[in-house]
Write a protein that binds this ligand. Structure first.
Ligand code: AHR
Length: 516
């Protein structure tokens, strides 16, 4: 794959070293190689994550059949429709940290008989288990998404995991399939993605990597099924020691995994004690958020280099199964509920990350933004019967043209967005082709200046569609009961001539251009 990010080099030289920029690097230039397009952008790169955390599941997705809020079998109708419209290709559940405290048998059978437990990680609230395996998997069927189940390794057992697999996926006659049928589900569900543990270096058991690798091997032997993709808990951010050690532990046993997960959250300040506000920020915090989110590319590269040593054919994929912004909780919200607003800044973070993931589609097979409703960088927020679609939602919706399309390699040069002696590339890009339609997505993070881009399309094309997600201010967001400030709008561009297209992307904007 030929992706040349000259801007990354410029960023390292000028940004990370805090070197003063003395001359403009280059104007923005994008070259597309449609003839060498051959790698599929897995639709799962556009995946999501739902955890028993705050109001993600209860209130956000599931209100129960007796709720006054309109629902389909207990699932909020507005949320179901919004998810279908945006297209959710894969949904991870039940956590997160919650997963390594979760015993799946608590969440099956008649609801009145299900035990209540304490959600120890997230606010110490009572979890009544009314949303369990059936409720989750039926929800996935309703919205047309692939389920991705996260197995409890931290406090569970191998037998519990093996029985869950049997209960969910088996057509055999067995105690577990009899139990499933007794609970109303005759046919198995089709579950391909199985995560074996979550953050086992932290909330998932505080394990050392070599110890976890051994445990993983043990679990993986018993998590068996047709076409399963078994995912090993990988690193946080740039923790290459974890990646190296687990892969060393899998030497000669690489067939036991199909994917390594990686988590990376974007904090404006980089300080977990005081992360920064989701709405009340100036250019300083905005710039730092953009700079910190772009770090993901560096971390991806460093893990891929290690993976290449142990798996030179690139059979095992990288799965970024938690990513997104993490700000201080909203002032009046509950401790441990991780509620935050979502602004134009989050739209930029989304567009930048999705462009990066697309351009690594040869090795990244899935990514799951955290989390789908009401938690962290949510695409949907709810409050009672009200629902808003966030700027992040609209970028996901606009970018869904890339799902299962073929990646078009890009060569790209970007000018810099400079702030107080530091700089990052102003513009990012990715492109794909599907049914002869070429889709280019671009971000301009500079909040003060439009970016003019010359695109060399390599051949003649005509514009079929152009859209934009932006707002008047970087702090604009969509609020309950108010007119939407940030949504998808049509965007006017000049027609291409002689295979060249000039686009001017407004300040702090994410755009899609489609050509045929
Ligand atoms: O998404 C919130 C939490 O972040 C998840 O539960 C955990 O895996 C990560 O630390």
């Amino acid at each position: 794959m030929r992706v040349f990010y000259l801007f990354i080099i410029a960023s390292v030289l000028l940004g990370a070293c805090n070197t003063k920029v003395t001359e403009p690097v280059t104007k923005n230039h994008l070259s597309l190689n449609t003839d060498s397009a051959k790698i599929k952008i897995n639709k799962e790169i556009y995946g999501h994550f739902s955890e028993h955390l705050g109001t993600c599941i209860y209130e956000g997705i599931y209100v129960g059949e007796d709720s006054k809020i309109p629902n389909i079998n207990g699932y909020r109708t507005d949320v179901v429709e919004a998810m279908k419209e945006m297209k959710v290709p894969v949904l991870r559940w039940p956590g997160g940290c919650f997963a390594d405290t979760y015993h799946w048998k608590d969440g099956i059978g008649p609801k009145k008989d299900r035990p209540s437990i304490v959600n120890v990680h997230w606010g110490g609230v009572t979890e009544d288990n009314s949303f369990g395996t059936h409720e989750f998997l039926n929800f996935c069927e309703l919205i047309g998404t692939e389920p991705y189940l996260s197995i409890n390794v931290g406090s569970g057992t191998v037998q519990e995991a093996a029985e869950w697999v049997e209960y969910v996926t088996s057509t055999n006659k067995s105690p577990m399939t009899d139990l499933r049928k007794k609970n109303g589900r005759e046919e198995p569900w089709d579950v391909k993605f199985w995560g074996i543990g979550n953050e086992n270096w932290g909330c998932g058991g505080d394990m050392a990597p070599d110890y976890y690798a051994d445990i993983y091997r043990n679990y993986s032997c018993f998590v068996r099924g047709h076409n399963f993709q078994k995912i090993i808990c990988g690193p946080s951010g740039g923790d290459t020691y974890w990646t190296e050690t687990i892969l060393e532990g899998l030497k000669g046993k690489m067939h036991l995994t199909q994917g390594i997960s990686m988590h990376y959250y974007t904090l404006p300040t980089g300080d977990w004690g005081s992360k920064g506000s989701s709405t009340d920020f100036g250019e300083d915090m905005y710039f730092k958020t953009i700079r910190n989110t772009m770090e993901v590319e560096k971390y991806i590269q460093s893990h891929l280099e290690i993976m290449d040593k142990y798996d030179p054919e690139g059979r095992v994929k990288l799965i970024v199964d938690e990513w997104g912004t993490w700000y201080d909780k909203l002032p009046d919200s509950k401790e441990g509920f991780l509620q935050q607003q979502n602004t134009v800044r989050d739209a930029l973070v989304t567009g930048i990350n999705l462009n990066i993931f697309n351009n690594h589609a040869d090795r990244i097979s899935m990514a799951n933004i955290a989390q789908i409703v009401n938690v962290l960088q949510a695409v949907i927020l709810t409050q009672g019967a009200e629902m808003v679609k966030t700027p992040t939602y609209y970028v996901f919706k606009m970018y869904n043209v890339h799902q299962d399309a073929t990646l078009v390699p890009v060569e790209f040069e970007s000018e810099l967005y400079e702030f107080e002696g530091e700089s990052v590339p102003a513009v990012t890009a990715s492109a794909s082709i599907k049914d002869e339609v070429l889709s280019i997505t671009l971000t301009n993070a500079n909040p003060n200046k439009a970016a003019e881009i010359m695109c060399d399309l390599g051949k003649e094309f005509e514009v079929v569609n152009a859209q934009i997600v932006s707002g008047n201010e970087i702090t604009d967001y969509n609020d309950f009961g108010k007119e939407e400030k940030v949504t998808i709008k049509d965007f006017e561009i000049e027609a291409p001539a002689n295979g060249k297209l000039k686009i001017e992307i407004p300040a702090h904007s994410v755009i899609l251009v489609q050509l045929k």
